[in-house]
Each structure stands twice: as structure tokens, then as C-alpha cells.
Design a protein around this ligand. Structure first.
Ligand SMILES: Nc1nc2c(c(=O)[nH]1)N[C@H]1C(S)=C(S)[C@@H](COP(=O)(O)OP(=O)(O)OC[C@H]3O[C@@H](n4cnc5c(N)ncnc54)[C@H](O)[C@@H]3O)O[C@H]1N2
Ligand code: MOO
Length: 640
């Protein structure tokens, strides 16, 4: 394996500056895109490469525009109610249907509704007709030699019809930009089962391929290339010969095996290595044999952002097209975001409409969190030299879903449980146009979000230490002057998750005090944390003596994963999470996990549909199948 020095000298060029410079350089060397001739029926969305003129007229004969009889208009002269005129078949008229040619010097059509049949060969008409009445003359639609489409026209469905009508079977269009996609990395593999440790599934090139078709370009994915400079070089040279533009994925950064930039310097010119954007910093803008080659960072979110910000602009610029405008929306920011002054940051956000106010909630900012892109409703750009935004600030979001879809989304903020995912799925399955979006910030986070009217509902499980009752006391305390409702959702079994087979023989909470046991905790404000602290108090245990008490995770699954991976012996959580991770479970208590909803919202269509789901047999059945739940109260409403 070849070793190399690290690329420590990344620049920090603002995106716009880097792109302007790049497009300028590329446009000088880029030879342009050639044309191709394709069948008209395949031409949707393609751009004409030359003007298209009609080869024939349409109609190409004088045609009846109505069902009836064709006549020479002069034979009807003088006809009226008081002076009906009788006409003889063949001599005076011919029976015609819509579209039929007019023959024998006929120049008008009388509709069948306006004639009285006297016998098989005679009709009577009671008003005169003028020449060319109900006749489509030659060329009414298209005249031979007429311009049907001008050059640089994007072909629409109606254009396809007009071209064929004008006798055009094939059309000359601009070739689509062809983009070669090269995934690199010795650790990268196609999806295989089982996945060997240290191997990463190749997903970026498939995402690029799909993005390219949305830009009206074509993609060719090349085989995965190992982290070997000679192989990377060969792959780039081949792809450059075969495409208009090449993207090389990963190996763009500072690692000892990140060769992309060195290879590009060797065989071409590197204009930029390092753009002031986050994620996506180590992007490379280069040229090889007069063709643009873009180095894209490996992390999937970085890869997406660089593709959308760099490759998309490039493709559209080379195709001489403008990208579609992105819909933007002003929203109130639900949480503070601190951002580095060094970069322009692209933060994925969820967007929801609560009480006529748009709310944007930031999602996980990690460059490797593909799910943040899946969950995102839009992107919030935080400009370079801005240190972020405060909670409550009005911000502009670039939307990836329509406002209509977003206003049909129920926003849930609070504690997470897998039953919320079941509700989301059932809701959308039964109502195409309704969605449930959940942010997981713990029960107290949900109460605060509800207080600030940032959500429609808050899933909570908060134990009152005095009454030993769940949820209601908290609602009374925090919403003393508001009419609230509590929809009972599920009782769930909370307990200790332990390694499979319970090797440390943990049997009760008291075991957490043992010296040979390390635990993992949930964050403050999480219902599970409150339960643990309450039980500790009852049992007169000192949490500070527990090993791992300070180590906090924000979800049940994160706790389960930590135990599975042997970084802790146990942690408090729900049975379904233990089951999902193949852990053993020691039940400790039943807790009540309910939905807090303002009373006035119960009457809205969205919430009515949600309640229908919660009260359905199919939902209850699915919950019971998970194990560790009690649905005896599910769907009951308590007004507070
Ligand atoms: N010391 C430093 N380390 C890193 C820096 C830095 O400035 N100094 N930059 C970080 C940033 S920011 C990013 S972004 C990444 C970019 O990494 P590379 O482009 O060099 O890519 P790799 O290291 O090869 O891979 C990173 C990561 O990406 C995933 N990956 C790669 N290819 C694919 C693919 N085809 N499909 C799906 N996922 C892919 C994979 O998870 C890799 O682990 O570098 C930081 N490091
Ligand atoms: O540029 Mo990296 O993409 O910030 O993570």
C-alpha cells in the first residue's frame, strides 16, 4: 500500500467565488455539447438543437369539423323557418363525419342537429349557411413550412403532439450532459450480506445517479476504485474520455490515503481544494483535458450538499439552462444554532405549521447522518461570518417539500417511542396527504415546545414524584391557564437492559451500585431519567456512586446500542429497544406514555385523523406484537 503525506493545505474559498472562478475557466476550455437526433415521442424534457419547421400542413385537406352533411354553401341561400329548402343526396350534399375530407367542391358543413330528414335521399334545412362554416381548412392548425418550435425550446407533451401533427418523426436535440461517477475507497463495497466489519456500503454514487436524472443529465457509474493512485488515475482518465463531466467520490480530504487531489494535480489543473461550506469543505474543483472533474467528499451529507451546490450548477451551466427556482419560506427557529464563522453552513431542518406560524427545527448536523437528509423538509443556510441564529429568530428555509404538504404535517415534539413510528406509518398509509413528523427531545423538551406553541402534540412520560402518577400533574403545573387534553397512548414496560444471557447476573436496580457494574444513563429531562432518579430516591440510593451515571444518551436505542457494543453493562430503557438489539430485559416498572394535545386542536381534521389511527384495531395489534406494551387505555381522552 502506498503511503503519502497528508493534504494539510486546504483552502477556505467562499462557494460563490469558487464557482464563479471555476465556471469561467471551464467555459473557456469546454467544447460544448453536441446534438443528437431522437424520436419525437422520446423527446420530453429535451432541448431543441435547431428550429423545427412543419413538413406538412394540418389538416392537409379541408376537413369537416362536425358530423352532418357537406354542401356548397350557395345551395342553402334563402333557406329560413318559413322557407325551408330541400336538398338531394349526392347532387346537393354528402354525409360526413368529423374529420372527413370535403370533396366535390363542397365548402360548408351543416350539423346533423340542424337538418330534418325527409327520406333516405332528401333533407330539409331551415337556415342558410355561410361558406367554410364548420370546416377546418387546410393548415388551420399547422401550415407546411411554419415554425413549430424554436431552437433551445424544452419539449413539453403538447409539443410532441404538434411535432407529429406537422409530420415530424425525429427531432434534433441537445445531447444531455453525461456525467461519469467514480466511487473510490478500499473500504467501500456494494451491498453484501453479511457486511464485513470495516466495510462501508457504497450508496453515494446511486444518490448521484438519481440526482443527475432530476437535472436532466445522464450518469454512468464506474466500478469502485481502490485507494491506489495509479488506479484512481486510470479511472479518471477513462471517465474523462467517455463523459462531459466527471465526479470522483471520497478521498478528498486530509487522510494518508486521500489521493484524489494529487492525481488531479498530476493529470490536470486543480482550481480549488477546500470550499468554505459545511458540510462539504474538502471539495475539489479541477479540470482534466478541458473537462470539469469534481472531487466530492465521502460523507453522504457532504456528498449531497456538494453535488447540489457544485455539480448541479455546473450541469445547468454546461447545458445553458437555469435550475428551477427553489421555494423559500420564512420560519421561526425552534432551537438556537451556533455555527462557525469560517464556513457557510447548510443545516437540515424540519418545518411545520402550528397555529398559522411556520416553525423550523434543526436536525442532526453530522456529515455522516444520511437520515437528516431523509427527514429534512428544507435547508437553512447560515452564511459565512455569521455565528448562528437564536431560538425564535425568523429564518429563511429553502424547501424540499411543498408548503401544501408541510401544512398537512402533524408536528410532534417530545419523547420518542417506536409506537410513534407506527402511528406515522399508519397515518400516511390511510391518508395520502397527511404526515407525522417527530422531533425527539425528551418529555420535558416536549412540554417546553408545547408551551411555546411549536408543536401540535407532545408525547410525554413524566412521573410525579409526590403522587406517583404519570403526566397529569405536569400538565396541571405547566398549563395552569390552558385547556389541555391527554390522549392515553400506551403503558410500556421500563426495565434494565443487559447483555444477552445476563453475564453479570443483574436482577434489580440495587445492582447498579455494585463495583463491577457500569451503567449508561439518559439525558436530564427524559422521562426514563426521571423514573430512574425517582426509584433511586425511594430506594435511598446515591446516584453519584453509580459508575456511568454521568454518561448520557438521548434515546432508548442509543442506550441499547452502547450495551450491545459492550461499553456499558446496563441501562434503563423500554423492552422494545432491548428486544430490537437482542438484549435481555429485567422489568422494573410500567410507565404511561401519553400524548399532550391542546383541547382546541382535537377538533382539527389532522388530529381527528390521528385519533382514528390510535383507536384502530390494526394499530393496537401492531403495538402488542412489539411486546412490552399494555394498550388497555389506548385512545382514551382526559380533559385537563
Ligand atoms: N484531519 C482531518 N480529517 C478530516 C478532515 C480534515 O479537514 N482534517 N475533513 C473531514 C471532512 S469535513 C470530511 S467531509 C471528510 C471527507 O472525507 P473524504 O472525502 O476524504 O472521504 P473518505 O475519508 O474516503 O470517506 C469519508 C466517509 O465517507 C463515507 N463514504 C465514502 N465513500 C462513500 C460512498 N461511495 N458511499 C457511501 N459512503 C461513502 C464513508 O463513511 C467514509 O467513512 O473527511 C473528514 N476528515
Ligand atoms: O466537509 Mo465535511 O463535509 O464538513 O464533514
Amino acid at each position: 500500500m502506498t503511503k503519502k503525506d497528508r493534504n494539510l493545505y486546504l483552502t477556505n474559498k467562499p462557494l460563490q467565488e469558487a464557482m464563479e472562478e471555476y465556471l469561467h475557466s471551464i467555459s473557456r476550455s469546454f467544447a460544448g455539447i453536441s446534438d443528437e437526433i431522437i424520436m419525437v415521442q422520446d423527446a420530453l424534457g429535451r432541448k431543441t438543437a435547431s428550429p423545427v419547421f412543419a413538413k406538412i400542413s394540418a389538416p392537409h385537406y379541408n376537413a369537416a369539423a362536425m358530423d352532418g352533411i357537406a354542401v356548397d354553401a350557395s345551395v342553402t341561400n334563402g333557406a329560413s323557418e318559413t322557407n325551408p329548402i330541400q336538398l338531394k343526396i349526392d347532387k346537393d350534399y354528402t354525409i360526413v363525419n368529423t374529420g372527413a375530407p370535403l370533396t366535390m367542391k363542397r365548402n360548408a358543413v351543416v350539423m346533423v342537429e340542424d337538418i330534418v330528414e325527409v327520406d333516405d335521399e332528401t333533407v330539409e334545412i331551415r337556415s342558410a349557411v355561410s361558406p367554410w362554416q364548420h370546416v377546418r381548412p387546410v393548415g388551420e392548425d399547422v401550415v407546411k413550412g411554419e415554425l413549430i418550435l424554436s431552437e433551445n425550446h424544452i419539449i413539453r407533451p403538447q409539443d410532441i403532439a404538434a411535432l407529429l401533427t406537422g409530420g415530424i418523426e425525429r427531432v434534433k436535440v441537445k445531447r444531455k450532459i453525461s456525467v461519469g461517477i467514480i466511487p473510490t475507497g478500499s473500504e467501500i463495497t456494494e451491498l453484501v450480506d453479511p457486511l464485513p466489519e470495516g466495510k462501508i456500503i457504497e450508496s453515494n454514487s446511486k444518490m448521484f445517479y438519481a440526482l443527475l436524472s432530476s437535472y436532466e443529465a445522464t450518469g454512468t457509474t464506474y466500478p469502485i476504485v481502490k485507494d491506489e493512485p495509479a488506479e484512481i488515475r486510470l479511472a479518471i482518465e477513462k471517465a474523462v474520455d467517455e463523459n462531459d463531466l466527471v465526479v470522483v467520490n471520497a478521498g478528498s480530504s486530509a487522510g494518508t490515503k486521500d489521493y484524489t487531489v494529487d492525481v488531479l494535480r498530476e493529470i490536470g489543473v486543480v482550481f480549488t481544494h477546500g470550499i468554505a461550506i459545511k458540510p462539504g469543505k474538502p471539495a475539489i474543483l479541477a479540470e482534466v483535458k478541458g473537462k470539469p472533474v469534481v472531487g466530492i467528499p465521502g460523507y453522504p451529507v457532504s456528498a449531497y450538499v456538494v453535488f447540489e451546490q457544485v455539480v448541479k450548477s455546473l450541469v445547468y451551466a454546461l447545458q445553458n439552462q437555469k435550475p428551477m427556482l427553489v421555494e423559500k419560506l420564512k420560519a421561526t427557529l425552534a432551537r438556537r444554532i451556533v455555527s462557525s464563522l469560517k464556513h457557510e453552513e447548510f443545516v437540515r431542518v424540519k418545518v411545520g405549521k402550528v397555529d398559522e406560524r411556520w416553525i423550523a427545527t434543526p436536525l442532526n448536523r453530522g456529515a455522516g447522518v444520511t437520515m437528516s437528509l431523509v427527514k429534512a423538509d428544507g435547508i437553512l443556510r447560515i452564511p459565512q461570518l455569521t455565528e448562528g441564529y437564536d431560538k425564535g429568530d425568523s429564518v429563511e428555509v429553502e424547501l424540499s417539500r411543498s408548503q401544501e404538504d408541510l401544512s398537512n404535517t402533524i408536528v410532534s415534539i417530545g419523547s420518542h417511542d417506536i409506537v410513534m413510528d407506527l402511528i406515522a406509518n399508519e397515518l400516511q398509509k390511510k391518508n395520502d396527504n397527511l404526515a407525522l413528523s417527530s422531533a425527539h427531545v425528551g418529555s420535558m423538551g416536549g412540554i417546553i415546545a408545547m408551551k411555546q406553541k411549536e408543536c401540535h402534540l407532545a408525547p410525554i412520560h413524566l412521573l410525579d414524584e409526590i403522587s406517583g402518577e404519570y403526566n397529569i400533574e405536569y400538565v396541571r403545573k405547566y398549563f395552569a391557564n390552558e385547556k389541555m387534553s391527554m390522549i392515553k397512548l400506551v403503558k410500556r414496560s421500563q426495565g434494565l437492559m443487559v447483555q444477552q444471557g445476563n453475564p453479570k447476573e443483574i436482577t434489580s436496580l440495587e445492582d447498579l451500585g455494585r463495583e463491577d457494574i457500569s451503567m449508561i444513563n439518559r439525558q436530564k429531562g427524559a422521562g426514563t431519567r426521571i423514573l430512574l432518579d425517582y426509584m433511586m430516591k425511594i430506594k435511598k440510593m446515591d446516584p453519584n456512586l453509580l459508575q456511568g451515571y454521568q454518561r448520557e444518551m438521548t434515546t432508548h436505542m442509543a442506550v441499547a446500542v452502547a450495551i450491545k457494543n459492550d461499553t456499558a453493562d446496563c441501562g434503563l430503557g423500554v423492552e422494545s429497544a432491548a428486544k430490537a438489539m437482542g438484549l435481555d430485559f429485567i422489568p422494573i416498572a410500567w410507565e404511561e406514555y401519553d400524548l399532550l394535545i391542546p383541547q382546541y386542536m382535537l377538533e382539527t381534521e389532522k388530529i381527528k385523523r390521528l385519533l382514528e389511527v390510535i383507536r384502530s384495531d390494526s394499530f393496537v395489534k401492531q403495538v402488542m406484537r412489539l411486546g412490552g406494551y399494555d394498550c388497555s387505555q389506548t385512545g382514551k381522552t382526559i380533559l385537563i
